[in-house]
Design a protein around this ligand. Structure first.
Ligand code: NAI
Length: 257
């Protein structure tokens, strides 16, 4: 018999925003299913959390692996209340005329197909209880144009679009589907861009009305809200968590406007 404890599955849970999510959902009383590419890393993270949690491995872009992982979650916990589609890769950030199309396809598969496949796998346990919340991690790159983020931006716009489509389709089954659109968040993903000279942190901060990058915890808190009963009348929304980045339309320094 399924326990009374709510269960949250988080993809890409071993690092960055996903790890902040795992910690916050565990602290909020959920049993956390930490999903990542590497089983040892996922299990190690689950073990770091105090309570009844479990690590699972799958490549979210692989339909068979996703089905197996969610079957294992069902076997282990017998219910699923929340899914956060967080796993993602940022892309090679080449000039578009030199874009490696294999990598273009890989980004699309991980971000768009991965979000769809995990959501579909979560549908049955959620619909069975006529209750569930899916939160997708989109991006400002899916809202506005960022140079050299061609596949990434298109994929994140796809995530926003999937959010609205699935929200419209699954509301009748009691499943809410929302997304967050983070701005620049201080994780190893952004650190890698800084190190490769693609992103200048000081310049970036001047473009953000709140004058600084966000933290993984600040994104995780917004997701926790969208997954909670406090957001019970919210579905199909894409919430910017970006310090005002996407809202700013003036010239000059956003942080000194
Ligand atoms: P990260 O690189 O720190 O962590 C991503 C995690 O996803 C890693 O643990 C990785 O192993 C896992 N992962 C990657 N591909 C996977 C796959 N195919 N299957 C399963 N797991 C996979 O990244 P970060 O910064 O925490 O990003 C998390 C999400 O937030 C991503 O979707 C990213 O696009 C999005 N995002 C991040 C922003 C940022 O500034 N850091 C801004 C906007 C969105």
């Amino acid at each position: 018999m399924a326990s009374e404890q709510k269960v949250a599955a988080i993809t890409g849970a071993a690092n960055g925003i996903g790890w902040a999510l795992a910690q916050q959902f565990a602290a909020a009383g959920y049993a956390v299913c930490a999903i990542d590419l590497d089983l040892d890393a996922a299990r190690a993270r689950a073990k770091e959390l105090s309570g009844d949690h479990e690590g699972f491995a799958c490549d979210v872009s692989d339909a068979d692996e996703v089905e197996k992982a969610f079957a294992a979650i069902d076997k282990r916990f017998g219910r699923l209340d929340v899914l956060v589609n967080n796993a993602g890769i940022v892309g090679s950030q080449e000039a578009s005329i030199h874009q490696d199309m294999e990598y273009f396809d890989r980004i699309t598969k991980v971000i768009v197909n991965g979000t769809f496949l995990c959501s579909r796998a979560a549908y049955h346990p959620m619909a069975a209880r006529r209750n569930g919340a899916i939160v997708n991690v989109g991006s400002i790159a899916g809202l506005v144009g960022l140079p050299r983020r061609n596949a990434y931006g298109a994929a994140k716009a796809g995530v926003h679009s999937l959010t609205r489509a699935l929200a419209s389709e699954w509301a009748a089954q009691g499943i809410r589907v929302n997304a967050v659109a983070p701005g620049f968040i201080a994780t190893s993903m952004v650190q890698g861009l800084v190190e490769r000279g693609i992103v200048d942190e000081a310049r970036l901060s001047r473009r953000i009305p709140m004058g600084r990058l966000g933290t993984p915890d600040e994104v995780a808190e917004a997701i926790l809200f969208l997954a909670s009963d406090s957001a019970r009348y919210i579905t199909g929304s894409v919430l910017s968590v970006d310090g005002g980045w996407a809202a700013f339309g003036d010239a000059g320094n956003a942080s000194e406007a």
